[in-house]
Design a protein around this ligand. Structure first.
Ligand code: FAD
Length: 456
C-alpha cells in the first residue's frame, strides 16, 4: 500500500464531523465570542459545531506580549454562565490567567469544538450555507461568524523603506524587550497596545521613541474607585449603539489608553517624557536617512488629557446627581509639555528596532455573500446580517461598548441565539406541510386537470 493510500485509510474523526456533514448551526471561530455563542446554544439544546482554525482562545495565548494583562477589571469577565469568581475581582488577569479562564470555560460545558480547522469559503446554496474548510465541506442552516475583531496585523507600507538593519515587528508579534536588538526602539502608535508596549520597553530601561496618534486616554482611578466601575454604574457599557447619532464614528474609534499592570494605573505619556522617553507627533514619512514626525505632539497629548478630564467631569456629575458619598479628588496640572510645537525627525541610523502598534484589519474575503459595505466591513444590525441565517459576533461595538470585549459578549450571544431559535422555529413551521392540507401530489397534476362540468 502506498503511504498516501495508507493515510487515506486512517479514519479522520475531525473530517467525519465536517466533510459531507450537515449541522443546524455552525459557528466559525473559537475565541471568547464563538465559545460564548456555543455555550448559549448548548444551554438551549441547539445542535451545532464550532470550527476553530488554531486552538480555542489562541488569540490570548499566542498574540500577546509576556507582561500582558487585561485593561478591564476581572469582574467584567462575564462569559455566559461563567463570570469571573477568582480572588481579585478588581484586579487584572495576566496573559496566562486569561488563557486558563478560557480553558476552564471550555471545560465547563464541553462545546462541540473542532480545532485546527479553517473555514476557507462560505456560500449560500440550495437554501443552506456551504462551508468549505481544509478538512472537507459541511453545510448548515445557520452560521455565526466569530472570527475576531483584530485579524490581520496592519503595518503601513512606508515600513518597506527602512533598511534590513532595523528589526521590525508588529505589536501582535512583540513578546518582550529582549526580543529586540540593543539600541533605541521606535514604537509607532498610542492605542492600547502601543502605549503598553512603550511602557514595557521603558520599564526595562530601553531608550524609547514614541510616535503618538490621536487615541484618547482615561484615568485608572478617580474619586476612590476604578473609572470602569463608575462608568459601569453610569450605564456606559450597556448603552446600545442605536443611542448615538453617528454609529460609524462610534464603531471605528480608537480605544482609550490606560493599564492594568501592577494593580492598575494611568498611562501618562507626559510622565514617561519626564523620565526620558522621547515623544513625537504622528509618523509622517520615512526616507533613506530619517523618519519624520509631524507637529501634532502637543495636540495629541492635550486631546488625550481633555478626554480623560471630560470623563472625570461626567463622573463628578453622576456623583452629584445621585448624592453619592465619594472622596473628593483634586485635578492635577500636566507634568510635562513639549518645548515647541514643531516637526521632529530621527536618523534611521539611530533606530535599532520598530514596533508597529498600528492596529489590525479584517479579511472576510472567504465569505462569498453580498453583505459588506464599501470598505469591506460586514453590514449588520446587532450582528444580524441581511442574509437570512447569517450572523456576526464579537465585532467592536456590535451593539455596546462591551460587544468586542469580555463584558458584553454574553448579552450579544443571548440576543443572537434568540434570533437563531426564532429562525429555526420558522424552518420547522415551514416543514409542516400537512397543515396546509393534503399534499398536492395525491391530486391529478395540472396537465390532467379539466374544468368541472358546469352545474347549470
Ligand atoms: C492587545 C489587545 C488587548 C485587549 N485587551 C482587552 C481587555 O483588557 N479586556 C477586554 O475585554 N477585551 C480586550 N481585548 C479585546 C477582545 O477581548 C479580544 O480581541 C478578544 O480576543 C476577542 O475575542 P473574539 O472571540 O471575538 O475573537 P478572537 O479571540 O480573535 O477569536 C477568533 C478566533 O477565530 C479563529 N478564526 C479566524 N478565522 C477563522 C476561520 N476562517 N476559520 C476558523 N477559525 C477562524 C481564530 O483562530 C481565533 O481563535 C483586547 C484585544 C487586543 C488585541
Amino acid at each position: 500500500m502506498s503511504p498516501e493510500a495508507h493515510l487515506r485509510s486512517v479514519p479522520d474523526p475531525v473530517r467525519a464531523r465536517i466533510d459531507g456533514a450537515h449541522h443546524p448551526v455552525i459557528v466559525v471561530g473559537g475565541g471568547q465570542a464563538g465559545l460564548s455563542t456555543s455555550r448559549v446554544l448548548t444551554d438551549r439544546g441547539i445542535d451545532h459545531l464550532v470550527l476553530e482554525a488554531e486552538t480555542a482562545g489562541h488569540e490570548w495565548a499566542d498574540r500577546r506580549w509576556d507582561t500582558f494583562c487585561l485593561v478591564t477589571p476581572n469582574w467584567q469577565c462575564a462569559l455566559p454562565g461563567f463570570a469571573y469568581d477568582g480572588p481579585e475581582p478588581d484586579g487584572f488577569m495576566v496573559r496566562d490567567e486569561i488563557t486558563q479562564y478560557l480553558e476552564k470555560f471550555v471545560a465547563s460545558f464541553a462545546p462541540p469544538l473542532v480545532e485546527g480547522v479553517r473555514a476557507t469559503s462560505l456560500r449560500a446554496r440550495d437554501g443552506r450555507f456551504e462551508i468549505a474548510t481544509d478538512r472537507g465541506t459541511a453545510t448548515a442552516d445557520q452560521v455565526v461568524i466569530a472570527t475576531g475583531p483584530y485579524q490581520v496585523p496592519r503595518t503601513p507600507r512606508m515600513a518597506e523603506r527602512l533598511p534590513d538593519s532595523v528589526v521590525q515587528v508588529h505589536s501582535s508579534e512583540y513578546r518582550n524587550p529582549d526580543q529586540l536588538p540593543a539600541g533605541p526602539v521606535l514604537v509607532v502608535g498610542t492605542g492600547q497596545s502601543g502605549c503598553q508596549i512603550a511602557e514595557d520597553l521603558h520599564l526595562a530601561g530601553r531608550e524609547v521613541h514614541l510616535a503618538t496618534g490621536t487615541a484618547p486616554r482615561v484615568a485608572r482611578f478617580y474619586r476612590g474607585r476604578d473609572c470602569v466601575a463608575w462608568l459601569s454604574d453610569m450605564g456606559t457599557y450597556t448603552k446600545g449603539i442605536d443611542a448615538f447619532p453617528d454609529v460609524e464614528a462610534v464603531r471605528h474609534k480608537t480605544n482609550h489608553y490606560v493599564t492594568g499592570r501592577d494593580g492598575g494605573r494611568d498611562i501618562d505619556l507626559r510622565k514617561f517624557a519626564l523620565e526620558g522617553m522621547r515623544l513625537h507627533g504622528r509618523l509622517h514619512r520615512i526616507d533613506p536617512e530619517a523618519v519624520h514626525f509631524g507637529p501634532e505632539l502637543r495636540a495629541n497629548l492635550d486631546g488625550a488629557d481633555a478626554v480623560a478630564e471630560g470623563i472625570k467631569d461626567s463622573i463628578d456629575a453622576y456623583i452629584e446627581a445621585n448624592g453619592i458619598d465619594a472622596p473628593v479628588e483634586e485635578r492635577t496640572a500636566p507634568v510635562w509639555a513639549p518645548a515647541e510645537d514643531a516637526p521632529s525627525e530621527l536618523a534611521v541610523s539611530e533606530i535599532a528596532a520598530v514596533v508597529w502598534a498600528t492596529g489590525y484589519g479584517r479579511d472576510d474575503r472567504w465569505i462569498e455573500l453580498p453583505i459588506f459595505d464599501g470598505r469591506g466591513y460586514p453590514t449588520h444590525e446587532r450582528g444580524v446580517t441581511s442574509q437570512p441565517g447569517l450572523y456576526f459576533i464579537g465585532l467592536p461595538w456590535q451593539y455596546t461598548w462591551g460587544s468586542g470585549r469580555f463584558s458584553g459578549v454574553a448579552a450579544d450571544a443571548e440576543y443572537l441565539v434568540d434570533r437563531i431559535a426564532e429562525t429555526r422555529r420558522g424552518t420547522v413551521a415551514d416543514g409542516l406541510h400537512w397543515l396546509a392540507g393534503t399534499p398536492s401530489s395525491t391530486f391529478p397534476s395540472d396537465d390532467d386537470w379539466v374544468a368541472p362540468r358546469s352545474a347549470s
